[in-house]
Design a protein around this ligand. Structure first.
Ligand code: DLL
Length: 433
């Protein structure tokens, strides 16, 4: 069976890989300097020019890039190719105010799909497989990325997109899907639905490629048992192309980073000092092959550990642990990126006081979002009908801002516990990290 999609690259001796990275980095820095004034300004501020960059060892000389920079430069400010050469955009699963828009040339899409093809091959995928992709298609990168990878491997691809569970199960059983790609929470939901409908013995699934949100080892075992497959993790973010930045192999112990395309560093999120492999810190990536949206030292805000110990699968690329949290306050709820500050904005814009609490939980493998808001003494005397009308207005306003539905509970004044230090705005009961 084919074990690697790109054997020479995936098993390349580390020294040679570093040389390749250095060569690509030098070229990439010249590319952004010449084509993106935003990068040039940031580099000039730090007193560094392309002449100072000779290889990977010079990476720490370069300035970091953050989500704030992306917002600053929105929409075209970080695009490094003329629009006539760009063929696609994708965007984060966030919201209006905070959306990240990433640009791709055809070459960028090709390399991204290669990364996803490596992930599919690593779980045993070949042209004999039927690959059901139930990540969302459209602006979200999950569907298009895995779809492209599946084509490259030669699988029969079922471009299902998300939702419509009954139809998913029908195609899965009728067409004999062998590989399932979706978020881990949707995989768990599909498993439960398959059990309820008595379809489990009709399933032919052998592997699942699950990512885009945090999930635990317990969840992995549960999904594996219920769907009768091996469940593999996959990591990525829109800014860097999408899924396939890193993926798990048969060892299922950490995700190999596609290091010929992405150089990974771990930093202390406060001091910004680069930490050695094995330390826990914030993951920073430099994309060394992307043409339209290069990303130099991009701070992902994901906290994790990098390990360079050899892997029994034969791949030489380093592995990252599952993300263990974030160094900002972003929540991922039903696959959508949500910042507590957005919820606060909606509440304040709708005349509510800033006394609120956000409660996130996972019930029957689906994330729930509850927002408790204190009423003012004046509104507290309203009738039940008026209060419920108010709650519905807030539900609609939150949906417009976040793109997902929250339950809103108006509660009595002063009923939310006050904190002596920082207010506890978010209670995340999911225990994912
Ligand atoms: O979630 C891309 C993706 C699609 C990855 C499909 C895997 C599968 P964004 O919407 O930009 O892109 O969200 C990126 O999601 O910074 C992490 O915080 C989180 N994330 C992604 N993969 C994982 C994972 C896609 N395997 C943000 N485990 C990232 C935990 C993940 N968190």
């Amino acid at each position: 069976m084919k074990r690697y999609f790109h054997p020479e690259i995936e098993t390349m001796p580390r020294e040679q890989l570093r040389e390749l990275q250095s060569e690509r980095l030098v070229k990439q820095i010249r590319h952004v300097w010449d084509n993106v004034p935003y990068y040039r300004n940031k580099m000039e501020e730090k007193g560094v020019t392309p002449d100072d960059i000779h290889g990977v060892e010079d990476l720490p000389k370069l300035p970091f890039l953050s989500k704030a920079d992306l917002r600053d430069a929105y929409p075209y400010g970080l695009c490094a190719k003329p629009l006539s050469e760009c063929v696609r955009i994708q965007s984060t699963s966030g919201t209006t105010g905070r959306r990240v828009v990433a640009f791709y040339t055809q070459h960028d899409i090709d390399l991204w799909e290669d990364c996803c093809a490596r992930a599919i091959t690593a779980v045993g995928g070949t042209n004999e497989d039927v690959c059901q992709v139930c990540y969302g298609y459209g602006l979200f990168t999950g569907g298009p990325g895995l779809n492209g990878g599946s084509h490259k491997v030669g699988c029969l691809t079922l471009p299902m997109s998300s939702g419509n569970t009954e139809r998913q199960l029908q195609f899965m059983t009728d067409l004999g899907a062998t590989i399932l790609c979706c978020t881990p929470s949707y995989a768990a939901y599909l498993a439960e639905s398959a059990i309820e409908s008595g379809l489990c013995d009709k399933l032919k699934l052998k592997a699942g490629i699950f990512g885009a949100e945090a999930w635990t080892e317990e969840m992995r075992h549960d999904i594996e048992e219920k769907l009768g497959l091996k469940a593999y993790d996959i990591y990525g973010l829109t800014e860097l192309s999408g899924p396939g930045v890193a993926f798990e192999c048969e060892e299922q112990r950490g995700m190999h980073i596609n290091e010929d395309h992405f150089i990974a560093e771990i930093i202390d999120p406060v001091t910004e000092e680069v930490l050695p492999y094995g330390s826990k810190g914030e993951l920073v990536f430099t994309a060394i092959t992307k043409e339209a949206f290069p990303m130099i030292r991009y701070r992902t805000r994901d906290i994790c550990v990098l390990r360079d110990e050899p892997c029994s699968c034969g791949r030489t690329h380093i592995r990252m642990s599952k993300p263990m949290g974030r160094s900002d306050d972003m929540l991922i709820i039903r696959g959508v990126n949500v910042f507590p500050s957005q919820i606060e904005t909606v509440l304040l814009n709708n005349g509510m006081p800033a006394n609120y609490q956000i409660v996130v939980d996972r019930v029957n493998n689906t994330d729930t979002l509850d927002v408790e808001v204190e009423m003012t003494p004046e509104t507290f005397s309203d009738t039940v009908a008026e209060i419920s009308k108010r709650e519905n207005e807030l539900v609609n306003a939150l949906r417009a801002m976040l793109g997902i539905t929250a339950r809103v509970h108006l509660v009595a004044p002063k009923s939310i516990a006050r904190s002596e230090g920082k207010a506890v705005r978010v209670i995340d009961k999911r225990k994912l990290y």
